[in-house]
Write a protein that binds this ligand. Structure first.
Ligand SMILES: C[S@@+](CC[C@H](N)C(=O)[O-])C[C@H]1O[C@@H](n2cnc3c(N)ncnc32)[C@H](O)[C@@H]1O
Length: 334
């Protein structure tokens, strides 16, 4: 018997884990902001440029975590290459434990910015050994890819022979449930260790991330799968433990995800002494970070006609009913 969290870990990252191959975009199972438009990464690049200007003469890295094809770090690097004088002094890294993705990540970086200077590392220790003064961690849809337990009023879900049942929650999970007043919820695993690892790699860092979810605790299940751009919930209703048995048969074959509870992540960042810079809906976060300035730069460089080709996709990033308000952007600094 295994807990749902162990099962989800194997589903996504095991020997035949879903994320060992590429699945995002039109031909895949779902879109992400990164796959929709380069302007997402350019805007992060614009924001980072402003921060970089205040960090003269320091050894700096921009590290993407959860990169899949490597498009986000490449779009950030593209913007900085075009706009930031000290571009050559920054190291660009991907933290990617799955070796099967390294090749495509190198290719994307080479194609987009004509450079081989992308360093791909498999663990935090390798980043730490490079002794950076400041690290900018960037990610999109990373947090919802952390395995989770399914907590229901003092119990968690276990799986045996493809049958799901609820049994008494172990103490550490019960403590988290009590701390965050959870009755029915996904409880993400490995967060504490992950944030500690980020913190251990450099004295000063920023963690910038976007994901699907909210700051409010809804006390209901949201666990679902994505396959060929359609979605299916595990539970028949979000407040019950009655589940769809066919869901478990999709093991390894499609993405499973859930709404991120940003309050939990906020709390763990604050516990290690990081300061919240912002936590807003994606549309507000991107506009605050300088999306309009990125548009001005693009038009000046490539012309209005070329920009207009991107405008529908930029709208997808911002529109409330699309990605604009279903996603949140958040940044912490230490
Ligand atoms: C939903 S995909 C997002 C891909 C990409 N960022 C995008 O927006 O198109 C999540 C990715 O996070 C990766 N991931 C999850 N946990 C991770 C961890 N602890 N360290 C590094 N990568 C992780 C997965 O392997 C997967 O590639």
């Amino acid at each position: 018997m295994q807990s749902f969290g162990e099962f989800m870990q194997k589903w996504l990252y095991g020997e035949s884990g879903y994320y060992r191959n590429l699945h995002i975009g039109k031909e895949g199972d779902f879109y992400t902001s990164v796959s929709v438009s380069e302007f997402f990464g350019y805007t992060l690049g614009y924001y980072l440029q402003e921060q970089l200007n205040s960090l003269q003469n320091q050894k700096i890295a921009i590290v993407e975590i959860g990169a899949e094809r490597g498009n986000l770090i490449s779009d950030i690097a593209f913007f900085l290459k075009e706009n930031f004088l000290n571009f050559h002094k920054i190291d660009f890294l991907i933290l990617e434990p799955l070796k099967s993705l390294h090749n495509i990540q190198n290719q994307t970086f080479l194609q987009k910015i004509d450079s081989k200077n992308l360093l791909i590392v498999e663990d935090f220790q390798s980043i730490k050994s490079l002794h950076y003064d400041f690290i900018f961690y960037c990610s999109n849809e990373l947090l919802d890819a952390f395995p989770c337990e399914l907590y229901y009023q003092g119990q968690i879900a276990f799986i045996e022979d493809n049958i799901l049942s609820f049994k008494k929650a172990p103490k550490p999970i019960e403590q988290i449930a009590q701390k965050f007043h959870l009755q029915i919820s996904e409880i993400p695993l490995y967060i504490e260790e992950f944030i500690k690892n980020c913190n251990d790699c450099a004295k000063h860092w920023m963690f910038l991330t976007f994901d699907y979810g909210s700051l409010e605790t809804r006390n209901e299940f949201s666990l679902r799968l994505f396959e060929k751009h359609s979605t299916k919930n595990l539970f028949i209703s979000p407040k019950s433990t009655e589940y769809d048995k066919s869901f478990l048969e999709s093991f390894n074959k499609c993405d499973i995800t859930y709404d991120v509870n940003f309050t939990i992540w906020n709390n763990y960042f604050e516990t290690i002494g990081a300061k919240k810079l912002f936590c807003h809906r994606q549309n507000r976060a991107l506009v605050d970070m300088g999306l309009d300035k990125v548009g001005e730069w693009y038009i000046a460089k490539y012309g209005l006609q070329s920009f207009m080709k991107h405008s529908a996709k930029i709208r997808t990033l911002l529109e409330p009913g699309l990605l604009g308000e279903r996603f949140l952007g958040m940044a912490f600094v230490k």
